[in-house]
Design a protein around this ligand. Structure first.
Ligand code: B4P
Length: 192
């Protein structure tokens, strides 16, 4: 079965780190809305100029803009994929449901990476990206709790949500994620 996976979790949970490994190991498209937005900023495109200040503050970019980016990529890619950083709120989750119904590409799993808050802060401050100052990191965590965490219930209600412990070495977390996806393949559910 084609792997079509949404990877959820707070800023710094390791979504980008794990998606890169998983995409390489399983031949999947890795679609990171954060990376795509940062590429627009680096290219100094007109879109990038709109996005730059929003990302630097730690706020979310507009839903329509992010959806347009995702739609363009998924419409031309019919194989397996990993969505990293999207959806980020309940509006985006509903938009994604509609988009996948239009494309005939049902979601297989929503994978939630779980990491305690103080570890998240330490990781993000260690990463050193321009949107990783302590003030901005705390703001992003608040926005996550308010806007993104509630979408877990959206996927739980559809019996698609799986939780994975994101603490430990990168390799250990990757092994847990692989096991979790394969369990689902073989019908052994570990829904959270
Ligand atoms: P993202 O690019 O999605 O970034 P993130 O959530 O901060 O990080 P991630 O969870 O991927 O962690 P990473 O692997 O890097 O978002 C950035 C911004 O883009 C948002 O604030 C927003 O403005 C905008 N945006 C993106 N998507 C959007 C959307 N859909 N709608 C609106 N706006 C959107 O790991 C973090 C650090 O931890 C790294 O240094 C890594 O090396 C380390 N690490 C990873 N795994 C580890 C482990 N097991 N142990 C120790 N350290 C580990």
């Amino acid at each position: 079965m084609r792997e079509r996976v949404v990877v959820l979790g707070p800023p710094g949970a390791g979504k980008g780190t794990q998606c890169k490994l998983l995409a390489a190991a399983r031949g999947l498209l890795h679609l990171s809305t954060g990376d795509l937005l940062r590429a627009e900023v680096d290219a100094e495109s007109s879109l990038g100029q709109q996005v730059k200040a929003v990302v630097a503050r730690g706020d979310l970019v507009s839903d329509d803009l992010v959806l347009a980016i995702v739609r363009n990529r998924l419409a031309i890619h019919r194989e397996g994929w990993l969505l990293d950083g999207f959806p980020r709120n309940s509006t985006q989750a509903a938009m994604l449901d509609d988009l996948l119904a239009d494309l005939g590409q049902p979601l297989r799993v929503a994978l939630q990476l779980q990491v305690p808050e103080e570890e998240l802060v330490a990781r993000l401050l260690g990463r050193g990206r321009c949107d990783d100052s302590e003030v901005v990191v705390r703001r992003r965590l608040q926005i996550y709790a308010r806007e993104t965490e509630p979408i877990n219930a959206h996927y739980q209600a559809r019996e698609l949500l799986k939780c994975v412990d994101g603490l430990g070495s990168v390799e250990d977390v990757a092994t847990r994620i692989g096991n979790s996806l394969d369990e689902r393949e073989h019908g052994e559910e570990t829904i959270c």
